[in-house]
Design a protein around this ligand. Structure first.
Ligand code: DP6
Length: 387
C-alpha cells in the first residue's frame, strides 16, 4: 500500500545545440496518508544534530515562498551545529498545533513564536502535526552570544526531526535520497541557507544548467567529486564582533527588491557559480580564492548600496582582510577569506597548511577578534541522527 503522494513534474529543455539539458523540476512532498503504520505511542523522541554552512556563492535576494533569486553554493561545516530533540505524544484534539520550546535549557518565547509560525506553514507537508504535542528542545555547539547566525543549523535540524517522525510512523521517505531531499525542501521554507546544510561537504541550491538535478526548491550535492585540494579544508571563524546584527539577513534579502544592481548581481552569481564548479572539479586554488573573495566583497557592496544602505563590516573586519591578503602574498600559502552577512571573517585554508596558518591566526589575527574568540571549524559529513 503506497499512500505517499509526490507530485513530480519534470520538463526537459535542450539548448540550440543539444549540448546542455535543462531540467525544470517541481516537487511537492505532501504526505496524504491518514493512518500511521506505526501508531504514535505515549511518548516518543527524535534527535538530530545538523551543521551550519558557509556560503562561497551567496544567496542574496529571494522571490515568493523562499525561492532564491540566484543559485548558491556552500561548504557544510562540522563543529558549528544545532542539536534538536523533539519529544512527541498524541493528544486528544487534533485541530491545533501544541508546541513547547526550550532553547539552551530555557523556555524562549520569541523562538517559540517563530517555530509555531513555521510549523503552521508546513502542516500541509506533515498533516499529522496538529495531532501531536511537541516538546522541542534545541542547543547550539557555539555560544549564543557569538554573533553567529544559527538559522541554517537550527532549521535543518528541525526539518530532519520532522522527516524522521514521518518516516517512523508512516513508512515513507525510505530512500536516503527521498529523506534528505524532503528535509532540504522543508528546511528551505524555514531559512533558505538551511536547505544546503542537510548535505555533506559541499552543496548547491538553485537551478543551474550545469547540474541537471538542481532546482530552486531544495539543495543537492554536486554532480561530480570535489578535487582533493578542497576536501580537507578548514574554516577558522574569526569572531570580530559578538553583537547581534543591526539588519537581519531576511531584511537584507528584502532590500534586493528594486536594488539598482540586482539584475547584474543575479547574472554575476550564476557566472561565479559556473566558474567555481570548474574550480572545485579541477582543484585550481587561485581560481577558488578569486571567486570566493569576490563573492564576499560583492555581498557587502550590495548591502552598502541598498536603499537604505548599511554596513555590517567592522573596522577590524577590514584590518583582518588586509592581514590575510598580506600573509598570502608573503608566504604563497593559498588561504582566503569569506564573510557571512555580518562582521565575522571565515578564513578558509587547507589542513596541509594548518601549522603555519594557525600560528598566523594566533600571532596576527586574534587581536581583531572580540575577546580573542575564534572557532576552529572544518568541512563536515553533514547531519547526524542521535540515537
Ligand atoms: C549571506 O538563509 O539566513 O548567509 O532565507 O531569510 O532565512 P532567510 O535568509 P538566510 O540568508 C543567508 C544569507 C547569506 C548567504 C548564504 O548563506 O547563502
Amino acid at each position: 500500500m503506497k499512500c505517499y503522494q509526490v507530485l513530480y513534474l519534470k520538463t526537459c529543455i535542450f539548448d540550440n545545440n543539444f549540448n546542455n539539458v535543462l531540467f525544470l523540476t517541481t516537487m511537492e512532498f505532501i504526505l496524504d496518508k491518514t493512518k500511521e503504520i506505526n501508531p504514535f505511542k505515549e511518548y516518543d523522541k527524535v534527535t538530530w544534530r545538523s551543521p551550519s554552512n558557509i556560503a562561497l556563492i551567496k544567496y542574496w535576494g529571494k522571490k515568493e515562498n523562499q525561492i532564491p533569486a540566484n543559485p548558491s553554493l556552500s561548504f557544510t561545516l562540522s563543529e558549528s551545529y544545532t542539536e534538536t530533540c523533539i519529544v512527541y505524544q498524541e493528544k486528544k484534539e487534533a485541530d491545533k498545533l501544541s508546541v513547547q520550546f526550550m532553547f539552551e535549557g530555557e523556555e524562549n518565547l520569541q523562538f517559540k513564536q517563530k517555530i509555531e509560525l513555521f510549523l503552521n506553514k508546513i502542516t500541509k507537508y506533515f498533516p499529522f502535526l496538529p495531532k501531536l504535542h511537541l516538546a522541542i528542545s534545541s542547543h547550539n555547539s557555539f555560544p549564543h552570544s557569538a554573533g553567529i547566525a544559527s538559522s541554517a543549523s537550527s532549521m535543518s535540524a528541525l526539518a530532519l526531526c520532522l522527516c524522521s517522525i514521518e518516516k517512523k510512523h508512516f513508512g515513507t521517505l525510505i530512500s536516503e535520497n527521498e529523506f534528505f531531499t524532503k528535509a532540504s525542501y522543508i528546511a528551505r521554507l524555514g531559512s533558505g541557507s538551511a536547505s544546503r546544510s542537510v548535505f555533506p561537504y559541499v552543496a548547491s541550491w538553485g537551478e543551474i544548467i550545469e547540474n541537471p538535478i538542481s532546482t530552486d526548491e531544495y539543495a543537492s550535492v554536486l554532480p561530480f567529486e570535489m578535487h582533493n585540494n578542497f576536501k580537507n579544508f578548514k574554516d577558522a571563524v574569526l569572531i570580530i564582533s559578538k553583537q547581534v546584527k543591526k539588519v537581519s539577513s531576511t531584511a537584507g534579502h528584502g532590500l534586493m527588491e528594486g536594488h539598482p544592481f540586482a539584475g547584474q548581481r543575479f547574472v554575476l552569481a550564476k557566472h561565479n557559480l559556473k566558474k567555481l564548479l570548474l574550480v572545485l572539479k579541477s582543484g585550481n586554488e587561485d581560481g577558488f580564492i578569486e571567486i570566493v573573495e569576490n563573492e564576499a566583497l560583492t555581498l557587502h557592496a550590495l548591502m552598502m548600496s541598498s536603499n537604505p544602505g548599511y554596513i555590517l563590516m567592522h573596522p577590524n573586519t577590514v584590518k583582518a582582510i588586509e592581514k590575510i591578503r598580506d600573509f598570502r602574498n608573503k608566504t604563497g600559502i593559498k588561504l582566503c577569506f569569506t564573510l557571512d552577512a555580518g562582521p565575522n571573517v571565515h578564513l578558509l585554508y587547507s589542513d596541509n597548511d594548518c601549522a603555519e596558518v594557525e600560528k598566523f591566526i594566533t600571532d596576527d589575527l586574534l587581536q581583531y577578534c572580540e575577546d580573542r574568540f575564534w572557532i576552529a571549524d572544518r568541512l563536515g559529513i553533514g547531519p547526524v541522527k542521535i540515537s
